[in-house]
Design a protein around this ligand. Structure first.
Ligand code: BMA
Length: 852
């Protein structure tokens, strides 16, 4: 079907920043998100619809379906994706409105196959959820009431013809539709199912809608480029695209805090004008990733003053230079980031969309993601290619919090079609999203796809899908056309300085030799069932994925599972475990290191302790091996629904044990141990930008708290290094005695301030001689905060404090409590929460397997 040309995708001139509405402003906008209704096509029952939204969330709000995340409801809601859906709304247009030169109806996102009618005239047909559209619509509007109707075609039905034409089942193994139809549709891949995600193939107006009234001129786009940084002056150019409704002269001004930093006179012609406005920032304050310095941001207002009207657009930029160093070196091929000339170790996680229905994401929820990332000492998140190009607010927050964004294009774990229409559609998507995101200080790199090259080379797709030689050849040619030709060409054209590479990972984990090259997704642990210890052996140049699953904690599980289904293999729990071998793998690894848990709750709890323990081995091995290894991004930060998964934060925002462990392991200063048969070595890894002087105290004690060994050293920890500062023969530390009842504690202090401390055990948790602990808790409630002071008579391992139904996270949890040490933990208490109605409970590894 030919596309209706009256609608435009905005890739050619995607707006960046916010348009200011001044009195002489050339642009006025009107919010069009209210008053929408939705119905199933072919029926007559309109229901109120929220925009932005989806058909699923609209049905849920109207009480037409049950909560898709509860119980086994996912299975019962699969009919929705097969239907077509219609949205409508009416709005008023006045005589005055029609005096404006131009009126545009702007859709920031339509999911996905939409026919848009204004007053029953078809004005736009869309086929890509990642595009922003505008419709020049003045001619379709009338004074008085006007009507918009949007017909959303079932994404599955729409993809059928492309599938039939291609004659190929593409290898999208995560896609639960019969013929892997997702590959034909430019829509979030995770909507079709993933090994942590449900299958809800949505339709709807998923991003805001507005009307835009334009007079004389409009700034369509600004691209800001840092040219140089010499003698305390940062020189920039802003490439400004202005659409003018007539030939006119125009003054372009750039201002920071009302001060003019650049200006230019230009003669505009009717239509699109490309202008280049140089501007400077003198004595700039630099932007740094979190943990390296401050995140200074400059608001630059660009003003285009025409003969009668002015348009102003504001952009926020950071003064900083990124470099990805991915080149041959003495080991193989490096992969690391440099900011403002300084190499840094990337600490963070992979980010997936935070909800199956993204209209439920609020600014507060987005903010919480970054609060949680920074609280865990992260400086990088990878926006993974099976989700969406995130909302603007996501990147705004990343700028503010100092989280570098590794941005995948939205392609993951499958080959893709390569016909001209498909590639043309992708070109628009890519140009549009590059233009939208490229001015952000946080944007670190572009990556073509997630695990497509790796899948093609190693996952046996040719056999599983029985591809002929000819099909394999043309499929891979198609791959090259997209990821080796089109995408790099577009990045060069629209974001020249940003690093692009076609596919993450660069190397596969099947041989140790490959760990010397580029980035790695090491899945030997988990998918390959290798022991956690192998994280020490398989250390890459940059680890962009590695992970291990756990369950949410009991109080979270109870929100989506009925009381009678609270067992690991119940049908409901299985709907919320998407990895075919998930439960089996968790159990297997658990029994390697722990005694069998005595009940369901303890299983959930131990799964988290296990996940944190295993991942800690990896975090520390990566950091100890700096600068050979320069990054550790684990799989995965968050969940899109409540599920057993690799996440460190569950769907309800609760930190799993892993998130606390990541916070410890990603601290700028980390003490980490490496044990050989004869010797124990303590590394100190510092990501500080300056050396730190202090004392390292090493104590060995038994589980009753009796000190058996003590050493104190004054040391100077070098900035940005990993070095051994302490070593001792095992014999001295253990005195030839039982290694199963003692723990080593190392503390680094600067003056009285503890900068880091780490506990080290000489044996697997399973072999430790843990006693039933007596833990005392004193609770004080003050200033909307609950303070709990804990003491134990014997080592209480991975002590977890549970206060059901409470949102929010404790200042610490899942920690080891040593005898003789008091631990104070705090948690914010909302006014509505009645503590007396709930018990504070604790779980420990000591207790988890005891039957009495
Ligand atoms: C990686 C990711 C995802 C997947 C995860 C766990 O390969 O890129 O595709 O969810 O592993 O299997």
């Amino acid at each position: 079907m030919p596309r209706i040309e009256r609608g435009h995708y905005e890739g050619e001139f995607e707006e960046v920043g916010s348009q200011a509405q001044t009195e002489a402003g050339s642009i006025q906008t009107k919010n069009m998100n209210v008053g929408w209704q939705m119905k199933q096509a072919g029926t007559n029952e309109w229901i109120d619809a929220q925009v932005p939204g989806t058909n699923f969330t609209t049905l849920l709000r109207a009480g037409k379906i049950e909560d898709p995340f509860y119980g086994e409801n996912e299975d019962h809601l699969q009919w929705i994706e097969k239907e077509d859906w219609e949205y409508q709304m009416s709005f008023e247009i006045s005589q005055e409105d029609l005096i404006n030169d131009k009126i545009e109806l702007v859709f920031e996102g339509l999911d996905t196959y939409a026919d848009v009618y204004i007053n029953e005239q078809l004005v736009l047909q869309t086929d890509n959820m990642f595009l922003k559209w505008h419709v020049t619509c003045k001619n379709h509007l009338v004074v008085g009431s006007n009507h918009i109707r949007i017909y959303f075609h079932s994404p599955l039905k729409k993809a059928e013809p492309s599938f039939n034409q291609s004659g190929l089942v593409f290898p999208a193994e995560n896609d639960k539709t019969e013929n892997h139809l997702s590959v034909f549709t430019r829509k979030a891949p995770y909507h079709y199912g993933w090994d942590w995600g449900p299958k809800f193939v949505t339709s709807g107006v998923w991003r805001p809608v507005s009307l835009r009234f334009i007079n004389d001129l409009i700034i369509r786009n600004v691209q800001i480029h840092q040219e140089s940084m010499i003698n305390d002056k940062a020189a920039f150019t802003a490439a400004i695209v202005i659409e003018s409704n007539m030939d006119q002269s125009c003054t372009l001004v750039a201002r920071i805090n009302d001060q003019k930093v650049g200006n230019l006179e230009v003669d505009l012609v009717e239509g699109i004008n490309d202008c280049v406005l140089p501007f400077d920032i003198t004595e700039p304050k630099l932007w740094w990733p979190a943990g390296m310095g401050k995140q200074h941001l400059y608001e630059v207002a660009f003003e285009a003053k025409g003969i009668k009207k002015t348009d102003v657009q504001t952009n926020r930029i950071g003064v900083r230079q990124f470099e990805v160093v991915n080149e041959p070196d003495e080991h193989g091929q490096s992969f690391y980031f440099k900011v403002n000339g300084r190499p840094f170790f990337a600490k963070g996680a992979n980010y997936i969309p935070s909800d199956s229905f993204l209209d439920r994401m609020t600014p507060e929820k987005y903010k919480q993601i970054f609060e949680d990332a920074v609280a865990a000492n992260m400086n990088m998140l990878r926006v993974w290619g099976g989700g969406v190009y995130e909302d603007d607010i996501f990147y705004d927050l990343a700028d503010e919090y100092g989280i570098v964004i590794w941005q995948d294009f939205m392609f993951a774990c499958t080959m893709y079609p390569w016909d001209d229409d498909f590639l043309e559609n992708i070109e628009k998507e890519v140009v549009s999203n590059i233009r939208r995101l490229r001015n952000h200080a946080c944007l670190g790199l572009w990556c073509g796809n997630n695990e497509v090259q790796m899948g093609w080379d190693n996952w046996g797709w040719d056999k599983t899908f029985n591809y002929s030689d000819k099909d394999q050849k043309r499929m891979y040619k198609g791959y090259e056309k997209l990821f080796h030709e089109l995408l790099p060409k577009l990045v060069t054209e629209y974001d020249a300085d940003r690093f692009y590479f076609p596919s993450s990972p660069i190397s596969n984990w099947d041989s140790l030799e490959k760990f010397n090259y580029g980035d790695q997704h090491y899945w030997g642990v988990w998918h390959g069932e290798e022991p956690f210890e192998n994280f020490k052996k398989f250390v890459p140049r940059f680890m962009s994925e590695f992970g291990f699953q756990s369950f949410p904690i009991l109080d979270s599980v109870k929100r989506y599972v009925k009381a009678e289904d609270l067992s690991i293999e119940s049908p409901t729990m299985n709907v919320h475990q998407k990895h075919p071998r998930g439960n089996q793998l968790i159990k297997e690894y658990m029994l390697r290191d722990y005694h069998e848990p005595k009940n369901f709750e303890n299983f959930l709890y131990l799964s988290q302790v296990l996940q944190a323990q295993g991942m800690t081995v990896a975090f520390e091995a990566h950091r100890r091996n700096m600068p050979f290894c320069m990054g550790s991004l684990y799989w995965q930060l968050n969940d899109c629904w409540p599920v057993a998964s690799w996440s460190s934060i569950d769907y309800y925002g609760r930190w799993k044990a892993l998130h606390y462990a990541a916070r410890h392991a990603f601290n700028n200063l980390l003490i980490s141990f490496d044990q050989s048969e004869s010797e124990l070595q303590a590394y100190i890894i510092s990501d500080f930008t300056a050396d730190v002087e202090g004392s390292l105290e090493v104590i060995v004690m038994n589980f009753a708290g009796e000190k058996l060994y003590e050493e104190r050293l004054n040391i100077r920890v070098k900035s940005n290094t990993s070095q051994v500062y302490f070593k001792e023969p095992m014999e001295t530390l253990l005195e030839g005695k039982n290694k199963t009842d003692r723990v080593l504690k190392a503390t680094f202090r600067q003056g009285n301030e503890v900068l880091s401390n780490t506990l080290y055990y000489f044996d697997s948790p399973k072999n430790l001689m843990l006693q039933k602990p007596e833990v005392t808790m004193q609770m004080i409630e003050k200033d909307a905060e609950l303070q709990v002071t804990l003491n134990a008579n014997t080592l209480a391992k991975n002590l977890y404090i549970r206060l059901d139904e409470l949102e929010g996270n404790f200042s610490d949890n899942f920690f080891d409590l040593l005898p003789g040490e008091s631990k104070v933990v705090t948690i914010p208490i909302p006014e509505t929460f009645d503590i007396t109605a709930h018990d504070l409970k604790i779980l420990t590894v000591n207790d988890a397997s005891l039957t009495s």
